[in-house]
Design a protein around this ligand. Structure first.
Ligand code: F6P
Length: 522
């Protein structure tokens, strides 16, 4: 088990460094004093170049953070994950989403004995799933693919299918139904015909209430519309093939308990992506992620992009006390990117208890939020520039556009760059309303083009940076017990709906339940 950062001897040293130096750092002066600052704080990784220089740190800060990472055993913890050790301790499971993108036959140092067999299973399922994806692609009768799933069984495929729209097969529409709110499914069903629709029921557990309800409603709709061949029009993507069978779904693609839901888009859960971009596209997506895995696994910590980002996250959250990170992709196709990252980081690291069950003495995950640029500039960027809080901004920009419209891309990229510049440089004015304090942090990540491979690398980068901060905080980034209580209480309230029994409920919940059950008095 790694050493918690708040128990490391480096922790008070970092606190002292922050008090004496870190909190006063002015990036404008730091650039003036260090001609190599951009070079020193930019980092190339597979498919991603990141500029970390417009952030509130300097080489001394990063050196201390790297010492902290060494002291906490970050590299050993990372290696344990790649090797397949059961680092998800509360569920006694390995954490092996990286195996889903590992080339067949590749052996890594320290691999647990089960690895070869697991990897063979990964490729066996991948081949079957990609063959099925190609079959669906060439089936002109199927015009609509509906993914029914929620959380990790929705956000990843939804984000990626949208991001890779340029690579998407023409003639097929993709729909994502996640919410138990019947408006969503109803709206999608209205435009469909059973004979031209493929429903993918995506659920790791095949017990999630929302997905079960939506799947049942879709099956009912299918039968009511005269649909007959469930095996052709429904497929389940799940670790619980038995439960899918019990629902009457016999076309299935499986995966394993060592794939966390929010890390599952590389598994059978990625089937909508594979149908959208084809077998080769999906393999490229996996290859991009694998290239980032190799970077994370082998690059020295000081030149390791996920490590540098994760250390900066700890510095910001625990010493500067920044509570959120604004995510602004400057590419319209990345419209679901911030929603995807919210689950990835906040479900992974939104914890306050260490692996051993003791309470941490430090805070953990920031809030992630955001919208694509330049839209955000005309909405909430005001607060980034002049608000009372400092909110680090993280931009993803893509150098090459895939549309032919002249002038747009240059304007878009100029805006992305101008935001990072304005946040740092600021603008002095005697009129407080027009004064920009500057010295506000931002990171710019740059992709050459938005492709299956670069998206795979970008997402793997984000997974690993979340691993780094979670590992330093000493939490288990791979469970999510915090979602359970609400599920249990929702079941209890649903059961009380008919009877109206409010025994034992608090006053507010009882009052609201009564109001929701009854039409208001005229
Ligand atoms: O409730 C949270 C959660 O378990 C997520 O972690 C997961 O991605 C989502 O629900 C969906 O779960 P499943 O894929 O099992 O339906």
């Amino acid at each position: 088990m790694p050493l918690r950062c708040d128990q490391s001897a480096l922790w008070p040293q970092l606190a002292a460094h922050y008090s004496s130096h870190g909190q006063y750092l002015d990036m404008r002066q730091a650039f003036a004093q260090d001609a190599q600052r951009f070079a020193g704080f930019s980092q190339s990784a597979p498919h991603v170049f990141a500029d970390l220089s417009k952030n509130l740190w300097d080489r001394d800060t990063e050196a201390l953070l790297l010492d902290l990472a060494r002291d906490c055993g970050l590299a050993q913890h990372r290696d344990a994950m790649f090797a397949g050790e059961a680092i998800n301790t509360t569920e006694n499971r390995a954490v092996l989403h990286t195996l889903l993108r590992r080339p067949a036959g590749l052996v890594l140092p320290g691999d647990v004995p089960e690895t070869a067999q697991r990897l063979a299973g990964v490729h066996h399922t991948l081949d079957a799933m990609l063959q099925y994806a190609e079959q669906v692609r060439s089936d002109a009768a199927i015009t609509d693919v509906v993914n029914i799933g929620i959380g990790g069984s929705d956000l990843g495929p939804h984000m990626a299918v949208r991001a890779l729209e340029e690579f998407r097969i023409p003639g097929k529409r993709f729909h994502f139904v996640s919410n138990v709110d019947g408006h969503e499914l109803h709206h999608v069903l209205q435009g469909l015909r059973p004979e031209s629709t493929l429903f993918l029921v995506a659920s790791k557990t095949f017990t999630t209430a929302e997905t079960m309800m939506n799947a049942h409603s879709a099956l009912t709709w299918f039968a009511a519309q005269g649909g007959r061949d469930v095996a052709r029009h429904f497929a389940a993507l799940t670790t619980n093939i038995e439960a899918a069978g019990a629902m009457g779904i016999t076309t299935t693609f499986g995966f394993w308990d060592w794939v966390g839901g929010r890390y599952s888009l590389w598994s059978a859960i990625g089937l909508p992506i594979a149908i959208a971009i084809g077998a080769q596209g999906f393999r490229d997506f996996l290859a991009g992620a694998h290239a980032m895995d190799e970077h994370f696994r082998t690059a020295p910590l000081a030149q390791n992009l996920p490590v540098r980002l994760g250390l900066l996250d700890v510095w910001y959250r625990n010493f500067h006390g920044f509570t959120s990170r604004c995510i602004a992709p400057y590419h319209a196709a990345l419209g679901r990117y911030s929603a995807y990252l919210q689950q990835l980081e906040m479900e992974s690291n939104g914890k306050r208890v260490a692996q051993d069950g003791s309470l941490l003495t430090c805070v953990t995950s920031p809030v992630l939020w955001g919208e694509p640029g330049t839209n955000g500039q005309h909405a909430f960027f005001q607060m980034l520039h002049q608000g009372a809080d400092v909110l680090p901004l993280e931009i993803v920009a893509v150098r090459k556009a895939s549309h032919p419209l002249p002038g747009h891309q240059q304007k878009l990229l100029a805006n992305a760059l101008a935001q990072t510049q304005a946040l740092m440089v600021g603008k002095a004015s005697d009129d407080g309303h027009r004064h920009f304090p500057g010295n506000r942090p931002s990171t710019l990540m740059l992709l050459e083009a938005l492709t299956p491979a670069s998206l795979g690398a970008l997402i793997a980068l984000q997974e690993h940076r979340v691993f780094v901060s979670g590992s330093l905080w000493g939490i288990n980034s791979f469970d999510q017990w915090g979602v359970e209580l609400g599920k249990v209480l929702a079941r209890d309230l649903e059961a009380r709906w008919d009877s109206g029994d409010v025994t034992g409920l608090d006053g507010s919940t009882a009052g609201l339940l009564q109001r929701l059950r009854a039409a208001p008095a005229a």
